[in-house]
Design a protein around this ligand. Structure first.
Ligand SMILES: C[S@@+](CC[C@H](N)C(=O)[O-])C[C@H]1O[C@@H](n2cnc3c(N)ncnc32)[C@H](O)[C@@H]1O
Length: 378
């Protein structure tokens, strides 16, 4: 099919995401009018034209990247993958002056080394450039301009060109916190919790403020990719322009957060400012989570992720059971009518809080298996 004004070329894409957020990403892609959506563990396959795929890069809050499917075919040995890659017109897709990096993911792949497959793909790309122009792109493993992703099974090889460049969760506003949550996971959790602009949101362990900043951007109509430089802006074979940011009406919402660590609260304030939010968009305080009070009369959602034992240890008290018991008492006493969501790796949390969860969702924060618990505070 050729790309004409009337029938834009429909191509295939893959949007990887944290495991557990596939339905959320599928909905975000559908909202941008992608079709033929298929959720697989760790991402969503979809069909779209180029401008739709660019819009998903700009608008998706939960995808980690958007990959354009450059080729797919039967290949299971290193040599077959090399030949598949050599036949592709890489030189028409990006400039020889761009740096590249190749990565390979195996799904029941029968090759001995996935790194060697990546090396052969890099060779094929460079050989193709040399054939055409007697020069080859260099490799940059840290910050490449162009990322090539291979997915190899025991039968097929699919080669993707990464449209996003830096991962989409690197929104461009963060100053590092102690154990910050990835922005796309935070945004996906907000959506899993059913939070929508207009509903008050409170995070009593806000750290660097990820939940609140993502939510406040949603309410303010700021797209997540507003500050992100995309790899597709460097491509040669399709329109590299950034999609226009549509003007959206801001929805007035109460946002509040607190943390016991004053330095982190200061970081959260800076992050909110960097994210393009008004100075008073989110109210931040320094407070122990056991002493918090509702930020408004209207009940809303309390959303938090307490410290992961694996990551920073229980800094609030030596005894987590004692802490959560006291925290739950504060919630039950002062937050009647609110809904509490807690993201944790601690599968015993509900017994520590002596609360019965209404719902639990399995999620992965990188390799860490987590639960998102919902407690209705009556
Ligand atoms: C896993 S981090 C939360 C990360 C946060 N969601 C973010 O995006 O940066 C847990 C936070 O709990 C805070 N914390 C630990 N003990 C606390 C307490 N007793 N009261 C309030 N916050 C506490 C830590 O300072 C830390 O920022």
């Amino acid at each position: 099919m050729s790309e004409t004004h009337h029938s834009p070329l429909i191509e295939r894409f893959f949007a990887p995401c944290p495991r557990g957020l596939e339905p959320i990403v599928a909905q975000e892609c559908a909202d941008c009018s992608a079709s033929d959506l298929k959720e697989i563990p760790g991402g969503v396959l979809f069909a779209a034209d180029w401008s739709t795929a660019k819009r998903i890069n700009l608008e998706s809050r939960s995808a980690s990247r958007v990959l354009w499917q450059a080729a797919s075919g039967p290949a299971r040995t290193e040599q077959q993958v090399y030949e598949l890659a050599l036949a592709l017109p890489w030189d028409t897709w990006f400039s020889v002056n761009n740096t590249i990096r190749v990565a390979t993911t195996g799904l029941n792949a029968t090759v001995r080394s996935l790194d060697f497959v990546s090396l052969r793909i890099k060779d094929a790309v460079c050989d193709r450039f040399r054939e055409v122009m007697d020069a080859r792109p260099s490799v940059n493993t840290q910050r490449p301009d162009i990322r090539i992703q291979c997915v190899l099974t025991d039968r097929d090889c699919t080669l993707y060109l990464d449209m996003s460049g830096e991962a989409l969760f690197k929104r461009g506003w963060r100053e590092a916190g102690e154990a910050p949550l990835r922005e796309n996971l935070a945004a996906g959790i907000l959506k899993l919790a059913g939070w929508t602009p207009g509903t008050p949101l409170f995070d009593p362990m806000c750290g660097s403020g990820t939940f609140l900043i993502e939510a406040a951007q949603m309410a303010a109509g700021v797209p997540p990719g507003a500050l992100h430089g995309f790899a597709f802006e460097k491509f040669l074979h399709r329109d590299p322009s950034r999609p226009a940011v549509e003007k959206r009406e801001a929805i007035s919402t109460v946002f509040a957060g607190s943390d016991i660590d004053g330095d982190l609260v200061a970081t959260a304030r800076t992050n909110a400012w960097n994210a393009g939010l008004a100075e008073d968009a989110i109210r931040f305080d320094v407070k122990d989570a056991r002493d918090v009070e509702p930020p408004c009369e209207q009940p809303g959602i309390v959303l938090m992720n307490p410290p992961y034992e694996e990551r920073i240890g229980f800094s609030y008290t030596r005894d987590a059971t004692e802490f959560f018991d006291a925290f739950a008492a504060t919630m039950k006493r002062r937050f009647k009518g609110w809904t509490l969501y807690v993201l944790t790796t601690d599968m015993q949390l509900q017994s520590k809080m002596r609360l019965k969860p209404e719902r639990r969702v399995v999620l992965f924060n990188g390799p860490l298996e987590c639960r998102l618990y919902r407690f209705d505070l009556r």
